[in-house]
Design a protein around this ligand. Sequence first.
Ligand code: ADP
Length: 602
Amino acid sequence: MRKAKNDNNANTKPFYKISASLKYFVPFAWRTHKSFFFCGLLEIIFGALSPFVAIITTPLIINELLGARDIKLLVIYAAITVGAEAVLSLANSVIGVIMEKYAEKFDNLISEELSRRVMELDFQLTEDKNALDQIEKAKEGISWYSGGVSGIIRPFMTMISALIAIAGVIVIILINAPLLFAVTGVILVIQFFIRIRQNKIEIEHYEKLSKLNRVFGYLGFQITDFRYGKDIRLYDASDMMANKWDVYNTESMRHWKGQADRQLPLGILNTIADVAKDFGYYLYLGILAVMGRITIGVFSQMLTAGATFHSKMQQVTECLQDIGKRSNYAYEYIKFMQYPAAIEKGELHIVDKPHTIEFRNVSFTYPNTDVRVLDGVSITLKPDEHLSVVGLNGAGKTTFIKLMCRLYDPTDGEILLDGINIKEYNYTEYMSLFSPVFQDFKLFGFSVAENITLDSECGSDELDRLTAQVGIADKIGSLSNGADTIIFKFFDENGVEPSGGEQQKIAIARALYKKSPVVILDEPTAALDPVAEYDIYRQFENLVGGKTAIYISHRLSSCRFCDRIAVFSDGKIMEYGTHDELVGNENGIYAGMFAAQAQYYN
Ligand code: ADP
């Protein structure tokens, strides 16, 4: 993926943003809905023609009324006026509706593209405040702030249409009342500056609202997501949530009111400018008519032509400003889509053979923190080896796994796969080597089968075998729709809420289904009692067979069957060896922990 200029939006030139937006969104629209441009062409043509019906027929009707008063001619003129205006207005309405449909289609596609990008974002960035802010800005920037893809492209179409109409009225005005340009010009300049100011205010408020909206989204999700329901109720957190909501709500309302207050005087000024323009038109054209320089028909024609010139010129300036403003918003989306990768990604393919993984003097500090969570860790995992990782909370065990899976890169030292730094491998292929089940694994609100296979078209034999192996087949069999039963009630009121242990079994089945050469259990069984956990680990050990396996557990009995045990403490591997070796070291950490726990298992 092309890297974006990692710039500060405020410092990027408006022209750059406009050209970046066009380069991104026009090909996007062409790729997805070519017919949008055909409709746009019709909109340009009909929009440009619309004002000319009245401009051409009004003087004919008035001159006829003041002259020969031929009823037949008058009826024909009136019929042409009404007929042409009706046809054009109908065509414009139909095209308007069609264009709205395109806008909706683009919105859906662009949201899908955004979600995909969020899901593919380097994991490290999901905890990065700047990246999270950028996601929010991208969402807002591409929504109603910019009007989405159509909101960016349509002002160009409207501008072309207005320019065609302007070219037509310029000729008519030049012939009859050239000073109308001067009157219109002065007013347009005033209104142009008013609009610049209005846009500036909007953009300033948009920047501030982005952060507020992120907090709002978080609160809204926490309060309404039933999975937090227990904690909110039992810890009586509803008042705290509601208070926080109130604070941000008040803050947000203050922002909106601030924006409206600042824009009100500008709105009034704009109306005064409009009134001044009408006054100028009537005065100038009235003088020309009184002096006999133009007929009453032309007087009326010039009023319409002048108004058309003014409104179309205003449309052009509005379109130009809209293009600038909307590109400013939409550029946030482009910036996110091209957000720089957090980690280097190589191209080397992974060869299908037993793998050796080596940590060589690896240290790690989480981004934006200054504590070394891993400190000079060196360890080698041979193919087929089963390693148990133990240690107190916060010792760095999960971080060790996250580094191994390349969710983060080491701050110092290197991790090697078959002797080559893992940064040199194709990222997706490297990730596919691992099937971890983390402590905070998540199931989706989809069917049990989809949760295990992460594929809507999965084979049932394999699924039956796996669910039997992890000991959840009976439970699935008892559900109304078997493995097709939906988990949770997000999408289905008949959705089931599996117990903590059942969820863990489903997550373990998912890890086994992936058939990766390295499987990892990072305390996913913490909700189980020691005996149940021991059973699962034991069973898992049989299922894992000849794969590389890593187990993290506080219950040391669950790790006894591993080839090696690494004891983490303060980010270092303090002890390493077989169970018997470590237990033999009576003053060691492992022996101490084992003795303390042994009473529960004997
Ligand atoms: P363990 O798995 O042994 O309980 P972890 O590897 O989860 O330990 O955490 C080690 C240390 O790193 C802890 O002090 C924890 O607070 C810190 N830590 C974990 N994740 C993050 C993170 N995303 N950002 C900053 N610090 C973190």
